[in-house]
Write a protein that binds this ligand. Sequence first.
Ligand SMILES: [Zn+2]
Length: 328
Amino acid sequence: MAETILPWQVAQWDQLIRAQDEGRLGHALLLSGPGGIGKQRFARALMHWLLCEQPAAQGACGSCRSCRFGLDNPDVHIIEPPEGKRQIGVDQVRELVGVSAQTAHRSGGRKVILIQPADAMNTNTANALLKTLEEPTGDTVLILISDEPARLLPTIRSRCQQIPFPIPARQLALDWLKMTVAEPQQCEVCLDEAGGRPLAAQALFENDGLAARQRCDETLQGWVEGQLNLSQASDALKEFELDFLLEWLAQRSHHLLLAVMGGEGYSVNTVWQRWLNRPAADILSFQQQVLELRAQVQRGVAVNRTLTMESLLLAWIASSKQRAGLGL
Ligand SMILES: [Zn+2]
């Protein structure tokens, strides 16, 4: 069964098919946009299509030799951080120079290289990739996926054909989500919690993320109201991965900002309502701290988890001007 694109990716798909038909498909494509909207799935569908022996406008045939191989196809090369790591190694990228010089296994066919996420390359690794980008061979298509293209080297970005993926229209996302999760009545709230990103909403639903976020809010409330001290609050959050906590804080502060700036339909729960009388600049400053930390964690920078959570909890109090007069 060939991979298919998602309903909100039709415009990007058509754009690439047209480019291919007109002989102007770039040899390096950068699929960019927020995480959790299906860029990887799009990339897989595109890889199958590029390698398919009898591709149609709507996708790969699913039955030719290339399609039957799927991602085990010898002309597919996927570069991603090794298990348990956040960064792509420079050696992994150096191997690509060799791959790009070989001819495709299928005569007259293509080779496809996927780099995901492209922002998991440090400067050394990105410079090694530039060598491949500077000497493109006719039959190689390089696909880069990035949630934060601004973090890529400008020299990499400028050599790629950029295909942006915005957050999909709400109704399209909801219709899809209702077909994929077991409890359609929770779709709206999951989609809101995930900032409109449908696959992130699906993951929240499947991992019981709504209940987990509620437990985080309750811990915060317990601390703000003085039932927990700082280390007790920090301890209570230990059951969650740091990525999960940073995503929770990023999403809550984002919604708060929208609510403070008068965005309709954005509600915030009890503990976060304490911020509603604060200037947007204070919320923005807290959000920036969270996003910077998240970027560091994603880059693989080692952070002390307990200190990080305690400093964020303190920043939360300081910026929201809550818990005045209570000993910390
Ligand atoms: Zn095929």
